[in-house]
Design a protein around this ligand. Structure first.
Ligand code: CP
Length: 307
């Protein structure tokens, strides 16, 4: 299987073979981070820019560490430190950055399609680090990697995704990975947070969270996307936490070896209780660890191989 894409813009554009290639490549990179000297020369001489117009703990840091572990040079730019605060357009910022000949630009932006726009005008590889409520491809790839690692398979699993589905780029990208496999995908959340066309993505909706989690192999919790107006879709956070917050009683309804996932950042006590987030079924920090290997794989596939 060959990787022939210049950019990683979304999961929707990837075939099953391409998704599996990323996962298999990530497997081979995972060990590097466990070595005493956590560095290989794969991307020596390459330059990776992270251009983040929205806050991030995991994605930006993970891309920077991934690039550094592969010996690339990295530069981080955030909206507050870029000339966008002086009125420069995203296009102009990107064109100016490209004049300094980076090999890849990782962009996070609140505007859906921002990475796609950059990919059309730049020769550098563009990686979508999250665009509005549209897609978060590297999150879905690390989620799938974690599911495969923990469960030993993807086919035959019941995956339940709970929360603010309508405003979640993580949910959308996960639907696009999971639909390639023989998985039962179930969504639960307030009706106002479930997109009306969700069934067209191969997803079943179960309004009652207690029913949704029954027999689940994987439970993925999502936070309310306050920055995308999510809070105005529910009567109160307290009621949301009561109806859609994951607690121990829900775990007991799932399979005995269920895994609990969350892309972060978590709002403890709202969509997930401490006892679950920090409990024995939680793989939330494994997701973060795997994110590093997945982002190393993406950088390698996009800019690390000879044409
Ligand atoms: N999961 C995720 O995208 O986290 P950050 O917002 O911290 O990057």
């Amino acid at each position: 299987m060959n990787w022939d894409k210049k950019d990683l813009l979304g999961i929707k554009e990837l075939s099953k073979e391409e998704i599996l290639l990323v996962l298999d490549t990530a497997e081979s990179f995972k060990d590097i981070s466990k070595r005493e000297i956590k560095k290989v020369p794969t991307l020596r001489g390459k330059t990776v820019i992270t251009l983040f117009y929205e806050p991030s703990t995991r994605t930006r840091t993970s891309f920077e560490i991934a690039a550094k572990r592969l010996s690339a040079d990295t530069i981080n730019i955030s909206s507050s430190t870029s000339s966008s605060v002086k009125g420069e357009t995203l296009k102009d910022t990107a064109r100016n950055l490209e004049s300094m000949r980076p090999d890849a630009i990782v962009i996070r932006h609140s505007m859906p399609g921002a990475p796609h726009m950059l990919a059309r005008i730049l020769d550098s590889s563009v990686i979508n680090g999250g665009d509005g409520a549209h897609e978060h491809p590297t999150q879905a790839l690390l989620d799938l990697f974690t599911i495969r690692e923990k469960k030993g398979r993807i086919d035959g699993l019941k995956v339940v995704i709970i929360g603010d589905i309508a405003h979640s780029r993580v949910a959308r990208s996960n639907f696009f990975t999971l639909r390639h496999f023989d998985t039962e995908i179930v969504c639960s959340g307030p009706p106002t947070m479930i997109p009306p066309d969700i069934e067209s993505l191969g997803v079943r909706t179960e309004r009652d969270m207690n029913k949704a989690v029954k027999g689940a192999d994987v439970i993925m919790m999502l936070r309310i996307q306050k920055e995308r107006g999510g809070i105005s879709f529910i009567p109160s956070v307290k009621e949301y936490a009561t109806l859609y917050g994951l607690r121990k009683e829900h775990i007991e309804k799932a399979k005995k070896d269920v895994i609990i996932m969350h892309p972060g950042p978590m709002n403890r006590g709202i969509e997930i209780a401490d006892e679950v987030a920090d409990g024995p079924y939680s793989v939330i920090l494994d997701q973060v660890e795997n994110g590093l290997a997945v982002r190393m794989a993406i950088l390698y596939l996009l800019i690390g191989r000879e044409a």
